[in-house]
Write a protein that binds this ligand. Structure first.
Ligand code: NI
Length: 258
C-alpha cells in the first residue's frame, strides 16, 4: 500500500546534499506521493520546481505567518500566479503563529492569512493551515469562510476544536509528535476524528518521530506515524495506510492522477 506524506519541506537547505537521492528513493520506500509546502514566494517556486522534477511530488504555495513580515501586494500576486501551475494543489502553508515573540504582529498575520483564504475560495483550492498557539483565532477565522476546505497541518488543538473543524469538512494532519511520550491531546483528537479525515505528514526536516527523534526527518519515517494512529484507532496499519492515502488524494484533488 502506498503512503502519502501530505507535508514535507524538501526544498529546505537541510536536504541540499542528498535531495535527489532521497526523492528518488521514496517510491521504493513506499512513499508515492508528497506535498511540498512553500513558506514564501521563493520557497513556493522551489516547491514547484521539485514537483516538476518528480512524478509523485506536488506543491502547496503560500506565505507562512513566520515569513510574512513586509510582504507586499506583489507577493500575493506572485502566489496567485503560482497557483496556476498544474502541480500546485493547495495554498499553504498559511495561518497564524503566536509562539515566537519576534513574529509579525497578530493583526498583520491575520490580514495575510485572510487574503490567502480569499484567494483559495476564489481559485477553488484547499488550504494547508499552520496554527501554533493561535487556536482560537485560527478557528474563528476559518469558520468565517463557509465553503473553505483544507487541512490543519500538525493539528495541536483540543478535541472540541477538532470536532468544530471536522463538522465543516476539514482534514487533520498528524505528525511525529504523536509518537512522543508526552503526547496527551493527540490520542483524544484521534479518537474524535473519523478515519476518512486523517492525513499523515512528516513536516520534514522537522519533527522526526520516535525512534528517530532528534535526527533530520524525511518521508521514510511516515510508517511510525501510521502505526501509532492504527494502534489508537484499532485498525491494522495497512488499513491506516490505505485510508490516509485515499484521504490525501481526495484532499488535494488528485484522485484521477495517481
Ligand atoms: Ni511545515
Amino acid at each position: 500500500m502506498p503512503l502519502f506524506d501530505t507535508h514535507a519541506h524538501y526544498q529546505d537547505n537541510a536536504f541540499r546534499q542528498d535531495r535527489r537521492e532521497l526523492l528518488e528513493a521514496l517510491p521504493a520506500a513506499g512513499v508515492e506521493a508528497v506535498v511540498v509546502p512553500g513558506v514564501d514566494v521563493e520557497s513556493s517556486r522551489a516547491a514547484l520546481a521539485l514537483a516538476e522534477g518528480y512524478g509523485g511530488v506536488y506543491a502547496a504555495v503560500g506565505i507562512h505567518p513566520e515569513d510574512c513580515a513586509g510582504c507586499t501586494d506583489g507577493d500575493f500576486e506572485a502566489v496567485r500566479a503560482l497557483c496556476g501551475h498544474p502541480k500546485a494543489v493547495a495554498i499553504g502553508e498559511i495561518g497564524l503563529d503566536y509562539y515566537w515573540k519576534e513574529n509579525p504582529p497578530k493583526a498583520f498575520q491575520q490580514e495575510v492569512f485572510r487574503r490567502q483564504l480569499d484567494m483559495a475560495l476564489e481559485l477553488d483550492l484547499p488550504v494547508v493551515v499552520h496554527d501554533r498557539e493561535a487556536h482560537g483565532d485560527c478557528l474563528d477565522i476559518v469558520l468565517a469562510y463557509p465553503g473553505l476546505r483544507g487541512v490543519f497541518h500538525c493539528f495541536s488543538g483540543s478535541p472540541e476544536m477538532a470536532e468544530a473543524l471536522l463538522k465543516r469538512g476539514w482534514y487533520l494532519g498528524f505528525d511525529g509528535p504523536i509518537t512522543y511520550k508526552n503526547a496527551k491531546r493527540a490520542p483524544e483528537v484521534a479518537a474524535v476524528t473519523p478515519l476518512d479525515r486523517i492525513v499523515v505528514e512528516t513536516d520534514a526536516p522537522y519533527l522526526s518521530p520516535v525512534p528517530n527523534r532528534g535526527r533530520r526527518n524525511d518521508s521514510r519515517n511516515l510508517p511510525y506515524i501510521v502505526e501509532k494512529l492504527a494502534e489508537w484507532k484499532g485498525v491494522p496499519p495497512e488499513e491506516m495506510a490505505r485510508v490516509t492515502w485515499e484521504n490525501g488524494l481526495r484532499l488535494f484533488g488528485l484522485e484521477g492522477l495517481l
